[in-house]
Design a protein around this ligand. Structure first.
Ligand SMILES: NC(=O)c1ccc[n+]([C@@H]2O[C@H](COP(=O)([O-])OP(=O)(O)OC[C@H]3O[C@@H](n4cnc5c(N)ncnc54)[C@H](OP(=O)(O)O)[C@@H]3O)[C@@H](O)[C@H]2O)c1
Length: 278
């Protein structure tokens, strides 16, 4: 499968709110269809199910790219390594592929957290490290602390209703890949006339066209589903191409409709360029 910078597969299965047998079955279904990238987090309380599904799939562990995340309450130098050990115990893995800071935490110095994250990587417990929900300022600070090429990814909300050009541009300049979470805007794209028109022209679904629009921008996608047929549908996004006009038509839908911004966790977000001019 295509990868961003050769490291992260461009398409993964999101697992937020998948639990118990459903989590196991959906991860197994994804691996059967061909997914080789699974996104979990300590906060999703499903690492044990994700790990079990992967280890019992018959695939070698090294063939599946697994991301997990550290919750901000555990960002101190003392707590972070413990949190990672707990994640590895739940997953029943020796290592994860990508370990992210789930949300920024201004109460712990960023340098302390990033040094602990780099130490965990040096100990072989994760292949790569990165961040999530980091603004342009926070990305710059993080790269300043770690040095170039150490952090490889920022996982952020991105879909046709949220303009993330600023974050994408700065990430690129810092050599960070972007993963889009909530890529199908939790289902909003299905009622969109523009997306449905383009989908019809390609004999694809609104989900497939939306995921294709993100991948053609070089953005990694991690749609989540609890339905085997949706998991399969979301995987078939590599055999067609959107034209420049189609890409632009979807991009023109973008505004500032952020769907994930929990009080007490969310930083002061970058504003889309357009809204600054009004
Ligand atoms: N880093 C962070 O802070 C953060 C925050 C949020 C999410 N995430 C990650 O990103 C992943 C994806 O985001 P998300 O789960 O919030 O939203 P999402 O993937 O945009 O939307 C999931 C919803 O869309 C539906 N859906 C997906 N594919 C479909 C299809 N082909 N046809 C019809 N409906 C479809 C699913 O319903 P069905 O189950 O019925 O298919 C589900 O209700 C998460 O699971 C998680 O791994 C990370």
């Amino acid at each position: 499968m295509n990868t961003a910078t050769g490291k992260i597969p461009m398409l993964g299965l999101g697992t937020y709110q998948l639990s118990g047998d459903t989590a196991v079955e959906m991860v197994k279904q994804a691996l059967k269809v061909g997914y080789r990238h699974i996104d979990t987090a300590q906060a999703y309380d499903n690492e044990a199910e994700v790990g079990h599904a992967i280890l019992s799939s018959g695939l070698p562990r090294a063939h599946v790219f697994v991301t997990t995340k550290v919750w901000p309450e555990r960002f101190s130098a003392r707590e972070l390594p413990k949190s990672v050990d707990e994640s590895l115990n739940h997953l029943n893995f020796e290592y994860v592929d990508l370990l992210l800071l789930h949300w920024p935490n201004p109460e712990v110095p960023l340098a302390e957290t990033l040094e602990a994250l780099m130490a965990v990587q040096q100990a072989g417990k994760t292949r790569y490290i990165g961040v999530s929900n980091f603004t342009t300022d926070l990305m710059r600070q993080a790269v300043e602390i770690c040095g170039p090429g150490v952090l490889i990814n920022n996982q952020v909300e991105y879909h046709p209703y949220l303009n993330q050009d600023r974050v994408i541009k700065v990430a690129k300049s810092l050599d960070l890949t972007i993963t889009a979470y909530r890529p199908v805007a939790k289902g909003r794209v299905f009622a969109d006339d523009t997306i449905n028109r383009i989908a019809q022209a390609h004999q694809k679904t609104a989900a497939q066209v939306t995921l294709r629009w993100l991948i053609q921008q070089g953005v990694i996608v991690i749609p989540r589903s609890s339905q085997p047929e949706h998991i399969s549908e979301n995987f078939h996004v590599f055999g067609f191409q959107l034209s420049d006009d189609e890409m632009a038509a979807i991009s023109s839908l973008r505004g500032n409709q952020r769907l994930v911004s929990p009080a007490g966790l969310a930083p002061t977000w970058d504003q889309p360029e357009a809204s600054l001019t009004h």
